[in-house]
Design a protein around this ligand. Sequence first.
Ligand code: 3PG
Length: 382
Amino acid sequence: MRYKKLKDISLSNKSVLLRLDLNAPIQNGVVTNNERLLRSLPTISYLLEKGASLKIMSHLGRPEENDLFQEAFSLKPVVVELEKLLDRSIPLHSLKEIESMDNISDLVMIENTRFNIGEKNNDSTLSKRFSDLADLFVMDAFATSHRAHASTTGVISFSDVACAGFLLDEELSALLKVKEDKNKSIAILGGAKISTKLGLIDSLSQSMDAVVLGGGIANTCLAAKGFNIGKSLVEPSMLKEAEQLLKNPKVIIPEIVVVSQSPDQPGREVAADKIGENEAIFDISPHYILQLESIINEAGTILWNGPIGFFEKENFDKGTIQLAKMIVASKAYSVAGGGDTISAAEKAGVLDKLDYVSTAGGAFLEFIEGRKLPAIEALIQK
Ligand code: 3PG
């Protein structure tokens, strides 16, 4: 995969437009998890140290695209957090304001890219307006690189020079290492819905040596196998596809699960074909997880996406925790990402023991599945 990297570019007296993914969770006007900001700091600091005059842009949430300021989706809380991390002030302006300013500070933030009409359909006028803001465009928003938007993709074709930032490069290297590993690779996939991950499971079950399924995904497979799964979360419309998946011997589904009549009551362990009518599966038995030890220990790489049980509830977090601990105890190169995986890893106390933790959700899954990410393709073509 060849694209221009930040270190290859001369930055003296250059103005730079930097696209980050600062789409962080915010509660009561305060950023509650600053991981994406922290992981963006190396690129920001490098550009500032090299004397570049820097304009940063990002989206936040999914506001209405109407060219208007919307307080609830303003990047203000993100700017406050970034100011703390960088220990300097960062003026925040709308795109229009920035375009009309003669005297501009050497570090500014542009308001939510998704306020601008044309962002989501990759409008060429908006893309050109973005590219006109600087001499050089740096794409460092891996987590949004699956969106063909004006600020992620269109802008690249209009910029004279465009390159990847450090985070994007790091994400691609880690994920490519998993994808291209020929030395016993396994995937562990949890999460609620098989419908959202069917393509991924399908593709990984061809390229990897084993795919372990958990969560609602596994429930649908157990139902497709003909087991009575009581009141468990299931996607009836996906039973045929699940049946098809199970024909592949590399796909592993749980044989012992933890069930209960309610997520607020304690669970009991039971064989997956002995679930009561009024019970639902909320976790995979940690004893069953232990049976996977040899597969995990023999793996050269492990890709982990999604908790395998209702890990937010203490009664049903044991399977996910057991699995997470086994992943980091193995000799495998471990990569985790997407959805609730990071919270699950945090709860299991293994977040800093994984070899790589992706900042991305959807982009992580699409890349692993083998789909082309528009912003990455645009960088390669540049
Ligand atoms: C994410 O949080 O996964 C990215 O920021 C992309 O956000 P989106 O799904 O709203 O495009």
